[in-house]
Ligand binder design. Structure first.
Ligand code: GLC
Ligand code: GLC
Length: 814
């Protein structure tokens, strides 16, 4: 069952009924001012940091779902009836409801008793504000007298404090009203230099800024007293809960239409220019007024909307493919790339599932997010790499996350995850391959942000690699530390008290438990580092990396192979995890995926066997589960993984993030059919038909789909902010379609399904546009290349002379 459809030419997903299984959201903003917006206008806004600069409130885990948003109420002043064109919060039955989620904008509207109202929400480029353009049309044969009420509820900035510290917060709310513009200035009198403003293009009949006046004490958002009565209270918030609401009266003859523009914005003032006059406590509104003078004009709003569309046209234009599969095309050309921007911007902070409070930018996550983002805005990828590396510790280890506003690392969700350092190597190598910017390695970057500790970025990579060699366990495999990629495989935690964090509790000294996953990651990252060292003219160093890599490979063969598949780990007692010897959790996906992705076992068939075991024991029609059999009880020595009920999350859920590792593994053994089949099983567009099962948005990946052990097998959760976005983008574009960036040029090495006759692609790479045409002439993956009509040996398209605009590549598969 579907709840809408893809409008591919417009690059929109159109939701045609408001009661989607879960709120289906979109993101507004792509630089500094952000918001999430659901298909019924729920959501919130923030400036850069969803925790520390929250502009509006949202009620997570509310019943009903999805309260707090960018609301419009319409009231028929003749009958007194009122409704919300976005369905929520009033939930009246509407005609012609639709929500169009587009790239950086959302349009929601409907008709009710002959009155149509649609609102386009977006954040203009390079501005710290959002625009709501509401168009109201009277389709009746009679004139209509209407009242329009806008509504936002302000957050008192720190979202954590805002939702807990009521003894203080009920007394600090402050606003100013000037010329109908509502200014929210809580805490501005003291240490904040920022405020929010909410303005309306039309003459207002009234306003409200105190929630209690607007709603009434015991009423909900679905039935506000002010809307019911048709009269604003002109309330001034002192303490309690500041809101912003305008009241506009509209008289619409039959057939007439009017547009109202609302602008919600964020403004920071220099400290010494906070007040106007300077010795007063009155906001200096100059900059905000200038922005409003511009953006309240519908024509300016339209122009900036067009700019936003062009921005996305250009970004998506960097890589466009035309394959025989509509789901592949749609995801690569539109939604997967778009999701990669969201994960780059948000990391795991703000979605319907991530509250914006708990997590900043993860070290491991953000490095992986680069894989799907780096081709879009390399300069921002570069900045991110430097920020991440600056939080690296002198040991080569890492804080697990940092706060985007302060850029300082913190231990709130632990440190000592022994995989972390290697993702930096992969992030940087992806960046250099994309851009050829070797100079980044000489960039001076501090450790732990300590002034004076700056070293060339290259030294950070050396320390990342060294970190593992300094932490080998009894089998010569890497010690796992707090956990590796799997945050929930906590082999040193041994937590038996409720409420302890699995991420920060340690009861063992960590000298025994080892990770075969980190071993594979080390090998993969080590080979990249060796190439980088060689390019820097350090052959001895390159050789030493390769020697360590070979040694580790031998160790995996000796201590990391279980007979039919790769082991997962050794626990604190030195016992195997992910082995046929285990009662539960006999086989894990991570090592089957990452070992084969890293090319381990390609020469002797072990890679194939591991993939075969994966197919037999882990693959389901909804994707590949994380391990089998699921843990049926809590294992003290394994930690959080066994805390989840079977089939959910890391306990045998389909953790979509690691499915592409197997996909890449399949391409490495030349199995394009299997690779694309796995790709399709978790492709949200291909799952659109079963939206009632999948339940999350059909246009973006979710972190998890419930596994076969779960009663709700096939149900997705944690959509949007997941490493799945980058890895699937990487797997489909670089490994299945095989358009692969490399240090010395673009490689063309497709491993596509046998049934495909070929495909076409356009890829911009280092300022040149590659027009790629792949044709199948035989059933294999052997590539013959023709570049601008001339045959080329191998599968690498050599870099063209500087300034070359386009290159035509013809690849024939035999
Ligand atoms: C979450 C985390 C990621 C981790 C994964 C597996 O997606 O953000 O860092 O690797 O879970 O536990
Ligand atoms: C929990 C989740 C995991 C996530 C981690 C982040 O352990 O199961 O997916 O990575 O929290 O701290």
């Amino acid at each position: 069952m579907k709840y809408g459809y893809f409008d591919d030419p417009l690059r929109e997903y159109v939701i045609t009924r408001p009661d989607t299984p879960l709120p289906w959201i979109n993101y507004l903003g792509c630089q500094a001012y952000f918001g999430i917006i659901s298909n019924t206008a729920g959501g919130y806004s923030f400036y850069r940091d969803a925790r520390l600069r929250r502009i509006t409130r949202y009620r997570y885990n509310n019943a009903p779902y999805d309260f707090g948003g960018r609301y419009i109420y319409l009231r028929d002043d003749a009958s007194g009836e009122f409704w919300s064109p976005s369905w929520q919060p009033t939930r009246r039955k509407l005609d012609d409801y639709s929500c169009r989620h587009g790239l950086g904008y959302t349009i929601i509207g409907s008709k009710y008793q002959g009155i149509e109202a649609r609102t386009r929400y977006f954040v203009p480029l390079d501005e710290n504000l959002e625009i709501w353009q509401t168009t109201v049309t009277n389709h009746r044969s009679q004139p209509a007298e209407l009242s329009v009420f806008s509504l936002v509820e302000f957050c008192l900035w720190d979202a954590q404090d805002d939702s807990t510290n009521f003894q203080r917060n009920f007394s600090i709310g402050e606003v100013e009203i000037e010329d109908g513009v509502i200014y929210h200035k809580t805490e501005y009198r003291e240490r904040r230099d920022h405020f929010a403003f909410f303005a309306c293009s039309e003459k207002t009949a009234g306003f409200d800024t105190q929630r209690e006046t607007f709603l009434g004490s015991y009423r909900g958002w679905d039935n506000p007293a002010v809307v019911e009565s048709g009269h604003s209270g002109n309330s001034l918030a002192h303490g309690w809960a500041p809101i912003g609401s305008h009241h506009v009266k509209l008289f619409l003859p039959p057939g007439a239409s009017r547009q109202i523009v609302l602008v919600l914005g964020y403004q920071e003032n220099p400290r010494d220019e906070k007040f106007d006059p300077p010795d007063s406590q009155i906001l200096n509104k100059k900059a905000a007024k200038a922005a409003l003078a511009k953006y309240l004009l519908p024509s300016v709003a339209d122009v900036s909307f067009e700019k936003l569309r062009r921005y996305w046209d250009e970004l998506l234009g960097l890589c466009q493919v035309d394959t025989p599969d509509v789901h592949t095309n749609r995801m690569v050309n539109i939604w997967n790339a778009y999701q990669c921007m969201a994960t780059f911007n948000m990391s795991r902070s703000a979605s319907f599932f991530e509250s914006g409070i708990g997590r900043g930018l993860g070290f491991r996550d953000s490095n992986q997010d680069l894989l799907g983002f780096v081709h879009m805005v390399p300069s921002r990828a570069r900045e991110r790499i430097v920020d991440l590396a600056a939080t690296q510790l002198p040991t080569g280890g890492a804080y697990h996350q940092y706060q985007p506003l302060t850029k300082q690392g913190n231990n709130d969700i632990g440190s000592g995850f022994n995989d972390d350092p290697h993702w930096l190597i992969l992030g940087i190598s992806a960046y250099i391959k994309e851009t050829g910017d070797w100079g980044i390695l000489d960039e001076p970057v501090p450790f732990d942000n300590a002034p004076g500790s700056e070293r060339p970025l290259y030294q950070h990579l050396q320390r990342s690699f060294r970190y593992t060699l300094d932490r080998l366990g009894p089998h010569g495999l890497p010690l796992i530390g707090r956990a590796d990629w799997n945050d929930c495989l906590n082999l040193n935690c041994f937590s038996d008290s409720p409420g302890q964090s699995f991420q920060t509790t340690t009861n063992k000294d960590g000298k025994v438990a080892e990770s075969i996953f980190i071993a594979a990651l080390f090998i993969h990252a080590g080979r990249e580092l060796a190439k980088i060292a060689s390019h820097r003219g350090l052959p001895a160093e390159c050789a030493s990396y390769l020697a360590e890599v070979s040694k580790m490979e031998a160790t995996i063969r000796k201590h990391g192979w279980d007979g039919e598949w790769f082991l997962r780990a050794y626990d604190d007692f030195g016992r195997k995890v992910g082995s046929k010897e285990c009662a539960e959790g006999k086989i894990f996906i991570e090592t089957q995926g990452f070992c084969t992705l890293a090319g381990i076992g390609l020469e002797d068939g072990t890679a194939e066997r591991a993939l075969e075991a994966t197919r037999k024991l882990l693959a389901t029609k909804h994707g590949i589960v994380l391990q089998q059999p699921a843990y049926s009880k809590y294992y003290l020595e394994l930690g959080e993984i066994s805390s989840y009920p079977p089939g959910y999350k890391e306990n045998a859920g389909i953790f979509c993030h690691n499915n592409p590792w197997v996909i890449i593994g399949e391409t490495r053994v030349g199995n394009g059919d299997a690779a694309h089949d796995y790709y399709t099983r978790i492709n949200p567009s291909a799952r659109e038909e079963i939206s009632e099962v999948h339940r999350c948005e059909p246009y973006v990946y979710a972190q998890m789909i419930a596994g076969a052990d779960a009663p709700t097998h096939g149900e997705a959760k944690n959509s949007w902010l997941t490493g799945t976005a980058a890895w699937n983008y990487f797997a489909i574009t670089q490994w299945i379609l095989g358009i692969r960036t490399d240090f010395d040029g673009l490689r063309i090495a497709p491993v596509i399904p046998g049934g495909w006759s070929g495909f076409k692609a356009t890829r911009k790479f280092r300022s040149t546009i590659y027009q790629i045409e792949v044709q199948r002439a035989g059933s294999g993956n052997q590539v013959s290349l023709e570049v601008d009509g001339k045959p080329v040996q191998g599968n690498l398209v050599p870099l063209p002379p500087a300034g070359t605009k386009t290159v035509a590549v013809k690849a024939t598969l035999r």
